[in-house]
Design a protein around this ligand. Structure first.
Ligand code: CAA
Length: 283
């Protein structure tokens, strides 16, 4: 089965980025969210990011119009019957995802592949909620989606080899570099990256130095493009806490204990860029 028609569920930061890269690469895309205002905001973000590419001479105005014309928006799954690949980028809640996968089973063709962009939930558990567990796979993109090269492909215990091969091929077709790993808590990138960020938060908690200096030393001393606290604000502190808790509970290992300061920041609603305040302030 050739993958030509894409369904993206969730029009937030990750969902609209995913819709954008597929539309630019020539795929027919439906981007769905639960409210009209969410899909409108998602589409506006895509238009803004395409303008950024035009300003840098990487896209023509004509290609922008063509890409936007390839994205249809929806607030239901009614149009998903002809989709070859559905990528889910909704809220990180296993019950809500399981319900979505059951709903997708009901509307999608039996051949369709159901992918999840989850950053911390077990792909094996999500697959178990579907009637086609062998066609469920993790397709983990990185923020900002149009910029980051990697697609981390996660093979659930149930995923068929042919599905992994198709997802590797389609990732290359949208200009990304796929790497396939087995399902485990945090997969590989987040298992390595998120405890590093958590440790940076502990350095702040212990008063070693200021947030600005923690970021500065990691940029200067480890050549990171962005300091760990700025990166935490970009990813979202609620997401960082979710992933730390998944690692902590999953491996039952105290080395993954979430920083008390991280928990406090989330309790305060200081979630990073999306709320205008995290370790730094945003307009
Ligand atoms: N959307 C689209 N494009 C963007 C963008 C955005 N939000 N932000 C920056 N860009 C593009 C710019 O247009 C520019 O493109 P070109 O080089 O092609 O001209 C390029 O990115 C670099 O941008 P800038 O020069 O403005 O800024 P920068 O050099 O500081 O780079 C950055 C910005 C790409 C975000 C860089 O700081 C970076 O790579 N940071 C680390 C990001 C990272 O680690 N992401 C992974 C997070 S983990 C995750 O997402 C997974 C999870 O499950 C939690």
């Amino acid at each position: 089965m050739a993958i030509e028609k894409i369904g993206v569920v969730g029009a937030g930061t990750m969902g609209n980025g995913i819709a954008q890269i597929f539309a630019v690469a020539g795929y027919d895309v439906i981007m769905r969210d639960i409210k009209e205002e969410f899909v409108e905001r998602g589409l506006k973000t895509v238009a803004k990011n395409l303008d950024r590419l035009i300003a840098r001479g990487k896209l023509t105005a004509e290609a922008k119009d063509q890409a936007l014309a390839r994205i249809r928006t929806a607030t239901t799954l009614d149009g998903f019957g002809d989709r070859d690949l559905i990528i889910e980028a909704i809220v990180e809640n296993v019950e809500i995802k399981a319900k979505l996968f059951r709903d997708l089973d009901a509307v999608c063709s039996g051949d369709a592949i159901l992918a999840t962009n989850t950053s911390s939930i077990s792909i094996t558990k999500v697959a178990a909620a579907s009637k086609r567990p062998e066609r469920v796979v993790g397709m983990h993109f990185f923020n900002p989606v149009p910029v980051m090269q990697l697609v981390e492909i996660i093979r659930a215990l149930q995923t068929a080899d042919e599905v992994v091969e198709q997802i590797e091929a389609v990732s290359r077709a949208v200009g990304k570099t796929p790497h396939t790993v087995k399902d485990s808590y945090g997969f590989v990138v987040n298992r390595v990256l998120i405890p590093m960020i958590n440790e940076a938060i502990n350095c702040l908690y212990e008063g070693l130095t200021s947030p600005e200096d923690i970021d500065a030393v990691m940029k200067l001393g480890a050549n990171h493009p962005m300091g760990p606290l700025s990166l935490a604000d970009l990813i979202g502190l609620d997401i960082i806490l979710d992933i730390m808790e998944t690692l902590y509970r999953g491996f039952d290992d105290p080395k993954y204990r979430p920083s008390p300061l991280l928990k406090q920041m989330v309790d305060a609603g200081y979630l990073g860029r999306k709320t205008g305040r995290g370790f730094f302030r945003y307009n």
